[in-house]
Every structure is written in C-alpha cells, then in structure tokens.
Design a protein around this ligand. Structure first.
Ligand SMILES: [Zn+2]
Length: 248
C-alpha cells in the first residue's frame, strides 16, 4: 500500500524538481502521466478533508463523479495516512515528510518550517503555482506562491467550499499556472457536527465535477485525496484514504 507521503515525490519527479524525502515516487502514476498526449501542463491537487477510504466506498452513489474519474481511465490507490489532523497531514502531502520532520502542526507553524513545500520548490524553479485555502494559513505564503486565494472560515461550510471551488476554477484560467493546491472541507465539518454525510458528499461531488471540467479544458491532471480518517464519534476507522489520479 502506498502512503500520502509519496504524492509530493511523485509530482516532484513529474515536474523534474528536487524534493528531499525518503518516500518514493509512485511508478504507476508516473507511467500514467507520461503516457498521455499531450502530457498535462497543469496539475491540480485537491484534498477532500476527512474523506477516508471507507467513506469513499460507502458513499459511492453520492460521490459518483469521483468514482467515475477513478474508474473511467483513472487510477485509484488506498493510501496510508500520516496524521489524524488536517494541518500536519497537508504538510506531509505537500512535503513528502512525516509531521515530525516538517514540524507543521498548527496554522502558526505554516511558513516557519525550514522545509519547503512542493509548491515553493516549483516556484524556485520558475514554475507558477496556486494555493486555494483557508485564510488562517495563508499569510506566510504571500510572496512565495504566485497565486494565493484565501477563503475566510465560516459557519456555512457549503458556502466556504463553493468559494474554494470558484477560486480554483478561476486560477485554472491563468495559462502560466503549473500546479494548484486546493482544500475542501464540507465532509469534515458535517462529520464533526453529526450531520448527514450524504448531503456533504453530494455537495463535494458537485464541486469536484466542476473543478474536473475546468481541469479538462486545460488538458490537465487532477489528483484527489483525503487527508485523514473521517472523524466520527464512537467509531474507530481504518487509517487509509483514497487517492484518485485522472486526466478528466
Ligand atoms: Zn482534515
């Protein structure tokens, strides 16, 4: 089984930049991408907060688009997670390092770590990147990432995800963009509040469909993954999440 740590090394290999990690690139993804014509010029990495492998399977009807992306010409992996918390997990997804190694545990740690994320490494190599995330973690990225879109946290998480989706689609219009990272959160919020996960999954799937359409218009590559197991009360979950790789 692969791990979330392997995403950054895989993309670093694809972009031909140097990223220091003990995790190995996923050969199957590399082959998949290199066999495309034209080879995708832009990559979107979308993290779906709290989407674990079990939820991905159980809510297959609600997550139809995501399943179709995997089943119709894409790849699906079950990945080991590295943390039960969002910020360190995303730090690992973007660096290829364990949380202890990258040291990003809270929003306050973002930008203070000496370790560069894949996006910063790409920027150093002259490849433009984008981040579409919550306002809290954004400040240190301004000036280091070409396109930074911040969305304020709010009670209405559906509205929040809608804004993340809109910004992600907007940044894909920038022809010099090589990679975008975005993070949607409705499933996580619904899980924490004990609300109907099928509703959150349906909304999430609709947002992913629109993002996938925008990626298709650019002949791009779309990676979708969870960050950790779904946080549900009184239920122990297996610590694996899906990773879907597709050229929509
Ligand atoms: Zn999370």
């Amino acid at each position: 089984m692969i791990s979330l740590l392997q995403i950054a090394p895989t993309l670093a290999e694809y972009f031909n930049v140097r990223l220091v990690s003990h995790a190995r690139p996923v050969e199957k993804i590399h082959k998949f991408v290199c066999s495309r014509y034209p080879v995708p010029s832009v990559v979107v990495l979308l993290v779906v907060d709290s989407l674990d492998f079990r939820l991905y399977s159980e809510l297959a009807d609600e997550l139809r688009t995501v399943h179709e992306l995997a089943e119709q010409g894409g790849l699906l992996f079950e990945c080991k997670t590295v943390s039960s918390h969002t910020t360190p997990a995303i730090g690992s997804i973007l660096t290829g390092l364990e949380p202890e190694a990258h040291g990003i545990f809270t929003d306050n740690d973002v930008g203070k770590s000496k370790i560069k994320s894949l996006l910063e490494i790409l920027e150093d190599a002259g490849k433009k990147t984008a981040m579409v995330i919550e306002t809290g973690g954004v400040k240190p990225l301004i000036g280091r990432i070409s396109y930074v879109y911040a969305v304020d946290d709010r009670d209405d998480i559906i509205e929040y995800d809608e804004l993340i989706k809109t910004h992600t689609i907007a940044v894909l219009k920038k022809q010099d963009l090589r990679m975008a990272f975005a993070h949607i959160r409705a499933i996580d919020r619904f899980a924490h509040r004990g609300r109907d996960l099928r509703v959150a999954a349906k909304v999430t799937d609709g947002n992913i469909r629109e993002i996938a359409n925008a990626v298709r218009e650019r002949d791009g590559l779309l990676l979708i993954c969870g960050d950790h197991e779904t946080h549900l009360k009184e239920e122990k979950r297996t610590r694996t999440v899906p990773l879907i790789v597709s050229c929509p």
